[in-house]
Design a protein around this ligand. Structure first.
Ligand SMILES: [Zn+2]
Length: 92
């Protein structure tokens, strides 16, 4: 799916289609924020509304250290395989 580039004013009033501005935000948790918006068409609309902005997914995961990657891989395999790997790595 193609992503549309956003403008400086990405919020559009859901009632009249005019640009709307974000007046304030309320962070619900690290991945979800409410945006309190006001329509700029004050003369003919004047609606205020709340948008919920939430994290969806990474397009590119954050960089991790080699140690973090190794630890995640080790935790993902069954204990017996982990112990066998440990023996292979440290015996010689
Ligand atoms: Zn409006």
């Amino acid at each position: 799916m193609a992503r549309k580039k956003t403008s400086r004013y990405p919020v559009i009033c859901i009632d009249c289609g005019s640009p709307a501005r974000i007046e304030s935000s309320n962070k619900l948790d690290i991945k979800v924020t409410e945006k309190y918006c006001a329509c700029s068409n004050i003369e003919h609309c004047g609606a205020t509304f709340v948008l919920t902005v939430s994290f969806s997914r990474h397009l590119n995961p954050p960089m991790k250290t080699t140690r973090q990657i190794a630890m995640e891989l080790l935790r993902s395999i069954p204990e017996a395989e982990r112990l066998a790997l440990q023996r292979d790595l440290f015996s010689s």
